[in-house]
Design a protein around this ligand. Sequence first.
Ligand SMILES: Cc1cc2nc3c(=O)[nH]c(=O)nc-3n(C[C@H](O)[C@H](O)[C@H](O)COP(=O)(O)O)c2cc1C
Length: 451
Amino acid sequence: MAHERFHYKSLDELKKTAVEVGASLPFADHTGILGTPVRFGTATVRNRLGIAPMEGADALPDGSPSEFTRRRYCRQAAGGSAVIWFEAISVVPEGCSSGTQLLITRENVDAYRRLCDEVREAGFRENGVAPLLVMQANHSGRYSNPGNRPAPLIAYRHPWLEQFRPADDSCIVSDDYLMALEERFGEGTRLAREAGFDGVDIKSCHGYLFAELNSAWSRPGRYGGSYENRTRLLKNCIASANVYKDEHFFVTCRLGIYDGYPEGPGFGAAKEDPFSLDLQEPLRLVRELRDECGLDTINITMGNPYATTHVTRPFDFGKYQPTEHPLTGISRMIHGAAAVKKAVPDMTVYASAPSYLRQYSDLYAAGAVEQGMCDGMLFGRMAFADPDFAGEILREGRIRPDRVCVTCGKCGDLIRAHKPTGCVIRDTETFLPFYREFVELKPSLPENYRG
Ligand SMILES: Cc1cc2nc3c(=O)[nH]c(=O)nc-3n(C[C@H](O)[C@H](O)[C@H](O)COP(=O)(O)O)c2cc1C
């Protein structure tokens, strides 16, 4: 389906297109509700705005944060979002997404402590209050690439996914390996707490190991087949993390509720039509994460950025074949979050993926909260483009249109090229040089490179 690029001169124009493509999006008249407090983990945060986890591919060789990492998070903290949900940080070296992904270890935990201190201080200096800091603990699974050499660790064979990233039977991880991860995520959580994060996210989304297990119907043994088995690793790792939970430290989860794969198994998809959602299992899981695992805050996302990028982060199609209108993707995402909120009204539910809406993303976030579809919104690409977006919304009532993300995908290009990642358009001086290097490198990138 072809469609025009983002061209809306008014919210009414955008709403008209939304109706035409069958997307139903919430918009408020003003952003006031975004400046109201909400419970988040162990704390009450002062506004409904958060920064989504965004990998920066800028770690030092031992996995600790670099000057780029520090700059990124200090700018975001000064920007005024109440929550900073840090990017995917590996807790095991073999599960790193690249040689430049952050990796927390016993040896480098002090570097993370300094990072947390500086980020809090930057927020406090600018806003009189520090943001809440969440560490996203991850295992990249199928997308493991330590030292920038693909070394997939998969739950089961998935021919459709493997056209983008080859794997074979030798890549299937054993039950013993998975069982050992339960302890290692506990240790990762202990390190997160020692580093001074306010909470840890046991990440289960975007096609990484935990998310892949959710659709491992064909896997035999303890972690595959039945619903109980497929969700075992996530629940057990949360249980290991819960050991470190107290009144100052919480455990949460960024949960993918729909993979969006057109072929092969996918979590949250209807068996007869992979493009339709069937949220029976995802909602059961959310309820159990609350009732059995004690989570009170959750973030909802969808898709797999390596295979169904448009589902995770809607954008104007340029290089790729359009499969759906970006507003359709945004509508799916917010209605998925709303279904979760409806199923667990007492949980704090954060939604994802507002950036495509640019200068209207603020009224969208406010509309979603006003209509009870979620309690808050995590902004991803927008935070790279304009780390001050929250302050603009909270102080001036609206986001600045001349600073918004244009969803050009260049940050995605940088990360795949393992270059320090940020906004090439709005933070040009810092990131254009890396983008130039990427353009030169591009011809040598592997066949399955998808930008
Ligand atoms: C460069 C880049 C890095 C990302 N890194 C992560 C990550 O580390 N963890 C994660 O859960 N999602 C990651 N995401 C997804 C974002 O958190 C977010 O869900 C997505 O961009 C949609 O939100 P947006 O429309 O506000 O950008 C990343 C996205 C981009 C573009």
